[in-house]
Design a protein around this ligand. Structure first.
Ligand SMILES: *Cc1c(COP(=O)(O)O)cnc(C)c1O
Length: 457
């Protein structure tokens, strides 16, 4: 391929990408693809070609066939899974960073990526008001961040018991107790499982009616204990009582980790930060960029107060590639990776602290607005709606499922099913910068359209 062909291919891809985004702006896309578009994805069941196919044809096929089968999670009417959409500046920065193809492992691999990610990490601490000097690693996900933070935590807790886990391994090591919420996110449980904490050995603290850890039922804590709390329960959006748990846990010498995949961002809002009161006393935190901060996927942060605890645990200095302790390859699982902190930097610089606050406040206000409107209807809002989650039920479990299916099959909006306290519900997450009050009105109208009557027999 000549240089001209390369540029023409990229221009074609960019034109297609822009057309897709413009379609979102005009509100003309289905939010979840039609059955016919999904069926067309069968076209991809081709044998692996012997002779390669033309690049332009591959891009056309991608855009025209796969493009019709994607979920418009960038749409203001998409309310699924707290995943939000992408801010224009984050998408634009991503475009440029992708052309640069940086390996953001260390200064030597990319001075620009190192400087930008270091700055983005500082601003994340500012935005979330977490202790200055904490290490910030840019991970693929909150899940990967949890694996990373809990690895550092276990290593430190063992070190305090004179056990060098790097040399001696886990066999025969002193026991580390793990205390988590009964409503801990499944990915936290998986992170623990991956690290070899047997599920039967994990102590689960009962929660109150809102899904928050019941502080009165916390077990005795000590300096062999890893405690995991949560900011933003996925169904209710509620926060564990950090002020009641963290100071005592730290006094006992436990390590406290907080899963704040989306809820940590409440801290960026002066109106809502009280929900996170005391959270800054923890030892480590994970949060996503790709949810509420509206950066592209593969964007999350692991934050550890004791910076060397993270950089020692994750150190990957090699004879041919050493780096400072703040090199990203010494803070995350990856050795080579794209500069995923660049869109975070671009988003934070463009929003400023006021813009982040406005994004958070607007999403919460819109969720609460929908909740107020639904409360006067035949549907039941199950949660208190303290954050950006609205958990809804109809009169019966069957009707709950039917209402959701009717609405999402219409293609004009999408939100996910859930189960809360053993009963079906559905969950509306308001996490996109694009979503306005009018979209909430449209959603409520769709929800309140009566179900078609069952045929009389
Ligand atoms: C989404 C989510 C996670 C996992 O985050 P990923 O980035 O998808 O790995 C963990 N905890 C909570 C509360 C979440 O909402």
């Amino acid at each position: 391929m000549t240089s001209d062909d390369e540029i023409a291919l990229l221009a074609d891809a960019d034109r297609r990408a822009r057309a897709w985004t413009a379609g979102i702006g005009r509100g003309e896309r289905r939010v979840f693809p039609s059955t016919e578009s999904v069926a067309r994805l069968d076209s991809f069941a081709e044998p692996f070609p012997t002779a390669g196919r033309p690049a332009a044809e591959t891009i056309a096929m991608l855009d025209e066939i796969a493009g019709a089968g994607v979920v418009a999670s960038n749409d203001p009417r998409y309310f699924g899974y707290v995943v939000g959409s992408t801010l224009p500046v984050a998408a634009a920065a991503e475009r440029i960073a992708s052309a640069w193809d940086q390996c953001a492992s260390s200064f030597d691999n990319s001075p620009a990526a190192h400087v930008l990610e270091t700055r983005a990490g500082r601003w994340v601490l500012d935005a979330l008001d977490l202790p200055t000097g904490s290490a910030v690693g840019f991970t693929t996900s909150a899940t990967a961040g949890a694996v990373t933070a809990l690895t550092a935590a276990r290593r430190r807790l063992l070190e305090r018991q004179d056990w060098d886990v790097d040399r001696r391994g886990l066999a025969g090591a002193p026991r580390i107790r793990v205390v988590i919420s009964a409503q801990a996110h499944i990915t936290v449980v998986r992170a623990l499982r991956v690290l070899g904490f047997g599920l039967d050995t994990i102590e689960r603290v009962p929660v109150d009616e809102y899904g928050r850890v019941d502080a009165t039922q916390m077990p005795e804590l000590d300096d062999t204990t890893l405690v995991v709390l949560q900011a933003g329960e996925v169904n209710t959006g509620e926060f564990d009582p950090f002020d009641d748990v963290i100071p005592a846990a730290r006094r006992a010498g436990s390590w406290v980790h907080v899963d704040g995949a989306f809820g940590l961002w409440a801290r960026a809002s002066r109106t809502h930060r009280h929900l996170t009161s005391g959270i800054d006393g923890a030892d480590s935190w994970t949060t996503d960029g790709h949810k509420w901060l509206n950066t592209p996927y593969d964007s999350a942060m692991v934050i550890v107060r004791d910076a060397p605890a993270l950089s020692d645990a994750m150190n990957s200095d090699a004879s041919y590639l050493t780096g400072t302790a703040d090199s990203q390859k010494n803070l995350t699982l990856e050795f080579s990776r794209r500069a995923r902190g660049i869109p975070v930097w671009a988003a934070l610089r463009t929003l400023g602290s006021e813009g982040v606050e406005d994004l958070v406040d607007t999403c919460i206000a819109n969720a609460q607005y929908a909740a107020v409107r639904l409360r006067g209807s035949d549907l039941t809002v199950v949660n208190r709606c303290v954050l950006n989650q609205v958990l809804v039920r109809a009169d019966t479990p069957d009707q709950t499922v039917a209402v959701r299916e009717r609405v999402v099959h219409g293609g004009r909006t999408w939100f996910g099913p859930s189960v809360w306290q053993d009963q079906p519900a559905f969950r509306i997450s308001v996490s996109s910068w694009r979503t306005r009050r009018s979209h909430m009105d449209d959603l409520v109208t769709e929800l309140l359209t009566p179900l078609p009557r069952a045929p009389q027999t």
